[in-house]
Design a binder for this molecule. Structure first.
Ligand code: PXP
Length: 249
């Protein structure tokens, strides 16, 4: 069964809109866990636009499920990760102007740095995942760099405008999943996944984890975070059960 990592960055984004103390990501983590979250995902960005250093410290202390820290390869952020020791680190590209992570990490062109950061994190007992586009050379480079896992960028699937584009994006994800597993990597998926598009991807056997933020936090405004997480878990479980019975989503 694939686990659900709930990205709670947006909770900190609301707090930072007023630079106050609420809503608190720690409360969000507890509410998400009650809804069945298998992991809590946060991105400590260099510009600290949402999650801050104190959040990382507190969440490390209180989160009982896996804490997944999305992080760039910047020295300062690597130092914080090594000190905090989250259960998992997901290496992502970072561009100061972007609204959210735009593309996968270019592991190929930064292979030496990725290998160096991966080894340092693993020495502290942190599992390392690389967020990559479903491209064979990037997946091979992540395996060569010693990563434990990859997170396949599902944004192209999420943004597909036609049936043909969707089918091509699903094929690319499938190929990426197979290539990752063949290379001995654990395979996660994430970015742009919603209540309406998760089932097709969750119905593909072999994913270990999905990391979902925007859609869950958006739904939480209306039904509360615990219920929003429960609903997403239900869809993932339903898609997997359907696959096990040999039915299509
Ligand atoms: N995975 C990674 C690596 C991300 O950077 C993000 C966005 O922070 C997500 C998953 C979650 O994406 P979304 O908010 O679109 O669900």
């Amino acid at each position: 069964m694939a686990g659900l990592g709930v990205n709670i960055d947006h909770v900190a984004t609301v707090r930072q809109a007023r630079r106050t103390i609420e809503p608190d990501p720690v409360w969000a983590a507890a509410a998400a866990e009650l809804g069945g979250a298998d992991g809590i995902t946060i991105h400590l960005r260099q510009d600290r636009r949402h999650i801050g250093d104190r959040d990382v410290e507190l969440l490390k202390q209180v989160v009982k499920v896996k804490l997944n820290l999305e992080m760039s390869l910047a020295d300062e952020i690597v130092r914080i990760a090594l000190k905090t020791r989250p259960g998992q680190a997901t290496l992502v590209p970072e561009n100061r102007q972007e609204v959210t992570t735009e593309g996968g990490l270019d592991v190929v062109s930064q292979a030496v740095r990725v290998a160096e950061v991966t080894a340092a994190l693993q020495d502290e007992g942190i599992e390392v995942s690389a967020f990559v586009d479903p491209e064979p050379d990037q997946i091979a480079a992540a395996a060569e760099a010693g990563c434990d896992a990859i997170e396949i960028h599902t944004g192209r699937y999420a943004n597909a405008a036609t049936g043909a584009e969707t089918a091509a994006a699903v094929d690319a994800i499938l190929d990426g999943l197979n290539a990752g597993r063949k290379a001995g990597l654990v395979v996660h998926g994430g970015h742009g996944l919603t209540y309406t598009n998760i089932e097709r991807i969750a119905g593909i056997a072999g994913f270990s984890e999905f990391n979902i933020g925007h859609s869950i936090i958006s739904r939480a405004i209306f039904v509360g975070l615990t219920e929003a997480v429960r609903e997403m878990k239900r869809l993932i479980d339903r898609a997997e059960a359907r696959t096990q019975r040999g039915q299509k989503a």
